[in-house]
Design a protein around this ligand. Structure first.
Ligand code: NAP
Ligand code: MG
Length: 403
């Protein structure tokens, strides 16, 4: 079989530890034998980030902007222990945070689902994708511990220093707590646009929830901005894709999500998304089966696994011990990116290959061949637990049969 040709390069962002090991195995066994892989390679492994004073991270993000599609391996976000371990010049910021800020993106997280891995919620038949607004609210709040009686005011001064607004928050008679949060229209608009684009791209209904009955101005503004973006910019595209937009209160949304079959995108405010994505991930089974894609408002895509570098497994691997690390989320980051590249460049063979590779990996698990983390979750008679590379090689057998 002739190798599939690519036109535009894919931005390949390598990373750390066990996921770096898996990264190479996926490329060697499942990609390069079949695709004339054209990538622009950025090594975000911690040593190179240190050598380049983290410039490599910025360059990788810029490349995603330029080419439109990237695939990223999990990377270490250094803490003090990592600074010592890798003898770093400084404690670099989270690469994901840097990339997100440059692409101004929204993160969508969706589980890879299989019949043999039953979600804890029985009615769920299709994946639920959470879109989390990753800016503002309690994550950028100003807090104060009120020490005793006194008055708290909320005030706003315009650019010229004139007082425009002031209202009493509370007349404290005893100690208490105080917090001010904010958000910005342009950030909410970007978020709404990214959600709409993703809904159209994946042909799934879009839900948005907030608490506008209580926070009439704050959450009311979120609700209005979403509705306006949908009505003025996406009406036709939604109609063409056969999808709908739906706003409801966050408490109503929670109840509906649990009763639903899944198969939609749930856009959440920052805090709601933080909490709900952990709930949804756990209810669907495993962190190793959770995919993540960063989508910018102007339609750039960066695919990755939702999990980290699986440090514990890496230390075992380094010591020559056998590991059983699940490559699924990383593999789906690759297939997601290759499929998108194929779609944008008009290479149906690349899209077809991505679909076949995904199906091969799912069939492999459905037939009982899987890594250790899934073995305890799978509802089936006979399960064969494979090691990290053994699982990838098994997927290759299924892929070769399908091609
Ligand atoms: P982690 O790498 O997600 O792993 C936590 C645990 O989850 C593992 O010890 C393992 O459990 C299980 N697990 C996760 N992925 C798995 C897989 N593919 N196959 C099998 N089991 C899997 O989180 P962490 O250990 O807290 O973080 C490690 C490093 O990753 C940190 O340096 C952190 O900065 C970084 N990180 C990066 C990203 C990113 O780049 N997107 C995200 C999160 C964390 P068992 O040990 O029980 O088998
Ligand atoms: Mg969380």
């Amino acid at each position: 079989m002739a190798k599939i040709r690519m036109n535009t390069p894919l931005v390949e962002i390598d990373g750390d530890e066990m996921t770096r090991v898996i990264w190479k195995m996926i490329k060697d066994h499942l990609l390069t034998p079949y695709i004339d892989l054209k990538t622009e390679y950025y090594d975000l492994g911690l040593p190179v980030r240190d050598q380049t004073d983290d410039k490599i991270t910025v360059e990788a993000a810029e490349a995603c902007k330029k080419y439109g599609v990237g695939v990223k391996c999990a990377t270490i976000t250094p803490n003090q222990q990592r600074v010592d371990e890798y003898k770093l010049k400084k404690m670099y910021k989270s690469p994901n945070g840097t990339i997100r800020a440059i692409l101004d993106g929204t993160v969508f997280r969706a589980p890879i689902t299989l019949d043999c891995l039953k979600p804890s919620v029985r009615s769920w038949k299709k994946p639920i994708t959470i879109a989390r607004h990753a800016f503002g609210d309690v994550y950028k709040a100003t807090e104060y511990r009120v020490p005793g009686p006194g008055k708290a005011l909320l005030s706003f001064y315009d650019e010229k220093g004139g007082k425009v607004f002031e209202e009493t928050v509370n007349d404290f008679k005893c100690p208490g707590v105080l917090m001010a949060t904010f958000n910005k229209d342009d950030s909410i608009e970007s978020f709404a646009r990214a959600c709409c684009k993703y809904a159209v791209a994946t042909k799934q209904d879009l839900w948005f929830s907030a608490k506008d009955t209580i926070a009439k101005k704050y959450d009311g503004e979120f609700r209005d901005i979403f509705q306006r973006i949908v009505d003025t910019e996406f009406k036709e595209e939604f109609k063409k894709a056969g999808i709908t937009y739906f706003y409801t209160l966050i408490d109503d949304a929670v109840a509906r999500v649990i009763r639903s079959e899944g198969g939609f995108i749930w856009a959440c405010k920052n805090y709601d998304g933080d909490v709900m994505s952990d709930m949804v991930a756990t209810a669907f089974g495993s962190l190793a089966m959770m995919t993540s894609v960063l989508v910018s408002p102007d339609g750039k895509f960066e695919y990755e696994a939702a999990h980290g570098t699986v440090t514990k497994h890496y230390y075992k691997y380094r010591d020559g011990e056998t590991t059983s690390t699940n490559c699924m989320a990383t593999l789906f980051a690759w297939t997601g990116a290759l499929n998108k590249r194929g779609e944008l460049d008009g290479i149906p063979e690349l899209q077809d290959f991505s679909a076949k590779l995904e199906k091969a990996s799912l069939d492999c698990i459905s037939d009982g061949f899987m890594t250790k983390d899934l073995a305890s979750l799978a509802e089936m008679e006979k399960v064969t637990v494979l090691d990290t590379e053994g699982f990838i090689l098994k997927i290759k057998e299924y892929l070769d049969k399908a091609l």
